[in-house]
Design a protein around this ligand. Structure first.
Ligand code: UDP
Ligand code: MG
Length: 318
């Protein structure tokens, strides 16, 4: 790695996506204030309220009144974590930008170490879960299927357990912001942009309050988004399968002809026809569904709708 010297006093923006996290914010703010002030005097929090229906706005505005360097941005509804992160990255303009969950699971203690790695020259410092002990069996299964699916079908390598807890140099943030797609599968985008990435293991805390917003179903949906956004393999599989089936059909057809004319056996009856018909209509529907999935993605992109809408923005802290 080439030596890079970065300014130890460089500015730092912390992007916090929050959906109904009012109960967890005060403790997080206090911890961050303590941690970040020790790192640099030029830090700021960007709280992206992803359409919370609890007291998140009140808690955030109270924190601003009490003098916390916080910019509060409320999206007009719940757009999802990927959109909230996108909004935060679009607003961040510091030398390095930290993404972390607002639920207290990403321990601020690690930030000093991440920042040190950045100062040494890493462009992206990614915290990797050392374990998932705090999660239930179903969530763990969902996560395993999620990474399994995405890594099996795409050419990206998305390290399992490397989530959105990351510190990024401004060049990485600029690269991410320049990506035009609306289907924002962040874990794929981080891997796609590349740059010098370092991984730091950490032990996630238990969620301070509330519960996870990512159910098994939501994780699988996200995995599907990831696969279709980063790979054409699912489309190719059907072409290959179609080819194999056509060859088999040709072989079987020839066999029937030979059987009939050489051995004089009668042409076999309807069970084969019915089974064949049902099997292949199933295959066809499935493949049309996969194509539909991609057409849907194209539809989303050509509509050119914004990824999120901002309803309220307190602007830069003074
Ligand atoms: N989040 C969000 N919008 C959503 C769902 C979640 O901004 O639609 C935020 C949430 O407030 C938290 C972070 O994303 O700060 C991670 O969410 P969660 O803890 O539910 O996910 P998990 O830790 O279970 O992966
Ligand atoms: Mg969480």
């Amino acid at each position: 790695m080439t030596a890079v010297t970065r300014d130890p006093g460089a500015s730092l923006d912390v992007v916090l996506p929050a959906f109904n996290e009012a109960a967890n914010l005060p403790a997080l703010f206090a911890q961050l204030q303590r941690m970040l002030s020790a790192l640099t005097p030029r830090w700021r929090l960007l709280l992206i309220d992803d359409g919370s229906r609890d007291d998140t706005p009140a808690v955030a505005l109270a924190a601003i009144r009490s003098g916390l360097p916080l910019r509060y941005v409320r999206l007009s509804r719940n757009f999802g974590k990927e959109a909230a992160l996108t909004a935060g990255l679009a607003l961040a303009d510091a030398d390095c930008v930290l993404l972390m969950d607002a639920d207290g699971q990403h321990a601020p203690d690690l930030v000093a170490e991440m920042r040190a790695a950045w100062l040494r020259g890493a462009d992206m410092v990614c915290a990797v879960r050392a374990n998932r002990d705090e999660e239930g069996a179903l969530k763990r299964l969902g996560t395993r299927m999620f990474y399994g699916l995405v890594n099996a079908f795409t050419t990206l390598h998305i390290p399992p357990d490397a989530g959105d807890f990351r510190l990024m140099d401004r060049c990485v943030v600029a690269a991410l912001n320049a990506l035009p797609e609306r289907n924002r599968f962040m874990k794929g985008l981080y891997a796609w942009v590349g740059f010098r990435t370092e991984f730091l293991p950490y032990t996630p805390q238990a969620r301070a309050g509330g519960r996870s917003h990512f159910s098994l179903g939501r994780l699988l949906r996200l995995a599907f988004t990831g696969v279709t956004a980063f790979s054409n393999l699912p489309l190719r599989i059907w072409s290959a399968l179609g080819g194999v089936i056509a060859v088999c059909a040709l072989g079987y057809g020839s066999w029937i002809v030979i059987e009939h004319f050489v051995y004089g056996s009668p042409i076999p009856g309807w069970p084969t026809v019915v089974v064949g018909l049902m099997f292949f209509s199933g295959v066809q529907l499935l493949s049309i569904g996969i194509i539909g999935e991609y057409v849907g993605r194209i539809f989303d992109e050509v509509k050119q709708r914004p990824v999120y809408l901002v309803a309220q923005d307190t602007g830069d802290p003074t």
